[in-house]
Ligand binder design. Structure first.
Ligand SMILES: [Ca+2]
Length: 295
């Protein structure tokens, strides 16, 4: 069910960029803990902590807030809907088929953050992952690097791998890209850093935390509160399509944070739920109270 008629953005093989806005909680500096407690019994983010921007999409109306918009390309859609998990909460629902993009884009500078060093957190439910090797992105930070070229830090995945127990999944991957190369305006990269056999969970809520550290050209990931050390990249990754393997992952200013789904090969339709997004310049935001909330 579409909760808000204005909340559905549908793209049919064209690019669409719209501003969606909200009247939502925790969009300010470090809401005091007692104010968060006073918001019971709403599901509104009880775990904003010291986040500068934080949203649980429970009463989010679209079309007003600067710094939050949808990016849709190809056969994709983005909406806010009731999550079909029986708990009555609402979340971002992204649908993407084929080679397409269904991102919620956040502009840190417009949301009260600086753009050099960003921690963030969200919960994601991926209903099903690609069954073939398809490069996909769940999270990206993009902007301008010191030499003026555009660059992107991405967390997603690519390879379908088989586990020792016979099950299979889509393996996580960090990716570094310089997109202007594709319009003949810069050097190519497309660098990778594969996880060590770690695949994305399907069909259940997963808490994702990240750090994009521009000072040190580094990126780190935590899954359900635990460090995913095999997905840490500090300076260089494992290889590049258009460069030698020691090509530096020179960080951009993270002018845009993109959360949702993007795929770079043909794929079946994917449905991704995103909830409880929070951003900070200074610290991890954690998942612990979100986990307690679900117990
Ligand atoms: Ca929610």
């Amino acid at each position: 069910m579409v909760k808000n008629a204005l909340s559905l953005f549908k793209s049919g093989f064209y690019s669409l960029s719209v501003t969606i806005a909200g009247v939502a909680a925790c969009h300010s500096q470090a809401a005091p803990q007692n104010q968060i407690a006073d918001q019971e019994p709403s599901r509104r983010s009880r775990d904003c902590g010291n986040a500068t921007w934080c949203e649980d999409f429970e009463s989010y109306s679209l079309g007003q807030e600067q710094g939050v918009k949808a990016k849709l390309q190809g056969d994709s859609a983005l909406s806010i809907e009731t999550v079909p998990d029986g708990q009555g909460g609402s979340a971002i629902k992204a649908i993407a088929a084929g080679r397409s993009t269904a991102f919620l884009e956040l502009a840190p500078l417009q949301l009260g953050l600086s753009s050099q060093h960003i921690y963030g957190r969200f919960r994601v439910l991926l209903e099903s992952a690609p069954t073939e090797s398809v490069h996909w992105t769940l999270l990206a930070g993009s902007g301008t690097r010191p030499d003026g070229q555009q660059a992107i830090y991405r967390y997603g995945g690519q390879h379908r791998i088989q586990h020792p127990d016979g099950s299979s999944g889509s393996q996580w991957m960090a990716n570094y890209e310089t997109p202007e190369f594709y319009s003949n305006q810069g050097e190519g990269s497309d660098c990778w850093h594969h996880a060590a056999g770690r695949t994305i969970d399907e069909g259940r809520w997963l808490c994702v935390e990240w750090e994009f550290d521009g000072e040190n050209d580094a990126m780190h990931l935590w899954l359900d509160g635990q460090p995913a050390e095999d997905l840490s990249v500090e300076g260089v990754g494992q290889g590049c399509l258009h460069q030698k393997e020691n090509y530096p992952w020179s960080a951009p200013k993270f002018e845009t944070i993109s959360i949702g789904w993007e795929s770079y090969q043909e794929d079946d339709s994917r449905t991704i739920w995103i909830d409880d997004i929070a951003l900070s310049n200074s610290e991890r935001l954690g998942c612990s109270r979100l986990e307690q909330q679900e117990e």
